[in-house]
Ligand binder design. Structure first.
Ligand code: AN0
Ligand code: CP
Length: 316
């Protein structure tokens, strides 16, 4: 693995999950691996979990970690052959090459514009960093994917599942703002790559890009999807077509105890941050079936497995 931006970068998914489980069992055991190495994390958008868990992962591996709020720095130009006489002070060609002088691995968080679908889905920021950096790049959530979250989600499903082929449901839920599709796209991609069946339920108009939900069963009937489910993974996302909108929805899509009662005593999952009593009621989030904190804990070990894999990479 040279970079980590999607499940397609992973040559052996079950090995990576196993690696993360080993990290969780003995977080300090691989400490010598990262000694003398620097992990540099650039945040073009805010983060609580990704920032702290990835830093902790670096520390557990013996690395030194630098985190930077990149939204407060120079505005970067990503286009080539432009006359830079506007508000962009620095080109990605120099910026990525320079950061590489101070880092052995670079992590990047960047949200989509939600206004220009073509640009967002070309994942320009992360791909330009890969092109112009001379060290491995880790996605800390890009415009269209959140692979460290998805690996932690898989780790959590492996821990809590009570049967080999659990019924996994990804349910849309309401939110006052238009949010990225990244978490949902990635969850769909990783769960299917792991060989699980996936049911996705959302209101009409909230179809994800087909490439991410290739084999998933799609239903607009949330209660039908919940029947017999073992995991309810909830997330809001904005529309893909027309792009980036929060359409008014009349029906109630909030996750409630009544809806959870339709499931096979399903575990409730959410990547967090979550809006209480909008996305999910207090009762569900505070119930014994909610595993959101265990899920957040697994972010550290997911990041640790990925960083270790990149440090061990002997490919040119
Ligand atoms: C972001 C999103 O939906 O992609 C980050 C989630 C990990 N969420 C918010 O902006 C609330
Ligand atoms: N789940 C997640 O990525 O959270 P942050 O946005 O706080 O990093």
């Amino acid at each position: 693995m040279k970079n980590f931006t999607s499940v397609n970068d992973v040559s052996n998914l079950s090995e990576l999950v196993k690696k993360a489980q080993e990290m969780k069992a003995r977080p300090q055991a691989f400490n010598p691996l990262g000694q003398g190495k620097v992990l540099t994390l650039l945040f073009f958008n805010p983060s609580l979990r990704t920032r702290l868990s990835t830093q902790r992962a670096g520390f557990n591996l013996g690395m030194q970690v630098i985190s930077m709020n990149a939204d407060q720095g120079w505005k970067l130009e990503f286009e080539d052959q432009v006359v830079m006489n506007g508000d962009k002070a620095e080109h990605i060609r120099e910026a990525a090459a320079v950061v590489s002088q101070y880092a052995d691995i670079i992590g990047i968080r960047t949200f989509p514009s939600l206004t220009d679908r073509e640009k967002d889905y070309a994942d320009v920021v992360i791909n330009k960093f890969i092109e112009f950096a001379s060290v491995p790049i880790i996605s800390l959530e890009s415009a269209i994917r959140h692979p460290l979250q998805s690996l932690a989600d898989l780790l959590t499903i492996e821990e809590f599942k009570k049967r080999d082929q659990p019924k996994i449901v990804l349910s849309w839920a309401p939110h006052p703002r238009a949010l990225p599709q990244a978490v949902a796209n990635s969850f769909a991609e990783w769960v299917q790559a792991a060989g699980y069946d996936l049911t996705i339920t959302h209101p009409k108009g909230y179809e994800l890009a087909r490439t991410f939900a290739v084999k998933a069963k799609i239903t607009h009937h949330q209660e039908e999807a919940f029947a017999g489910a073992d995991f309810i993974y909830t997330k809001n996302w904005s529309t893909f077509q027309p792009y980036g909108q929060a359409l008014p929805i009349q029906e109630d899509w909030t996750i409630t105890p009544e809806k959870m009662a339709l499931t096979n005593q399903a575990f409730f999952m959410h990547c967090l941050p979550v809006r209480r009593n909008v996305v999910v009621t207090d009762q569900v989030l505070d119930s014994a079936q909610s595993i959101v904190i265990a899920q957040a804990n697994n972010r550290t070990y997911a990041a640790q497995a990925v960083i270790a894999e990149l440090l061990n990479n002997k490919e040119p």
